[in-house]
Write a protein that binds this ligand. Sequence first.
Ligand SMILES: Nc1nc2c(ncn2[C@@H]2O[C@H](COP(=O)(O)OP(=O)(O)OP(=O)(O)O)[C@@H](O)[C@H]2O)c(=O)[nH]1
Ligand SMILES: [Mg+2]
Length: 173
Amino acid sequence: MKILLMGNPNVGKSAIFNRLTGAKVIESNYPGTTVDYTRGYMRLDDEDVEVIDVPGTFSLEPKDVAEEVAVKILKENRDSVVVCIIDSTKLERGLYLALEIIEEGYPVVIALNMWDIAKEKSVWIDAKKLERVLGVPVVPTIAVSGEGIRELVSRIKEASPVDIERIVRNLEG
Ligand SMILES: Nc1nc2c(ncn2[C@@H]2O[C@H](COP(=O)(O)OP(=O)(O)OP(=O)(O)O)[C@@H](O)[C@H]2O)c(=O)[nH]1
Ligand SMILES: [Mg+2]
């Protein structure tokens, strides 16, 4: 199992990566491209789990080479849990990607990062409600202060694929 940190550009993926991993990080170049990404390890239930700081992307339909690499890393690591990092002040475009990843069948945990900036801008997101609607853990985080990171880590093991057909069957009664 690996942990992939994914999200739109500039949402705090690397800041969260730094919080999760230790000093030993590995810079990798994606073969055949000029795109670099970082890998590291975190301790999870007495195991060292690989964490990948995936290049930012807006969707799973790549528009440039960095997005292409992001999608390739996702597809090459089917056994991963995806921590989807969303800028809380840009919820809609972040959810667009998160929903695509959920639909692909990956177990997902959502970090609502930049929670401090959202608060400053009086943006309020009902994280619990979002969690119920999507059926995946949703945790507010402030990567620069570390707030929420412990909870984010503790909820990684809860992540499991969302069975969309089952939800529809339940709704239909
Ligand atoms: N106020 C605040 N700033 C944050 C938070 N998380 C990250 N930042 C800042 O936002 C900027 C972008 O963070 P990065 O971690 O580089 O974002 P990224 O998603 O890795 O960006 P790319 O790799 O360029 O796509 C940096 O200046 C961070 O210090 C947060 O929760 N609150
Ligand atoms: Mg980064």
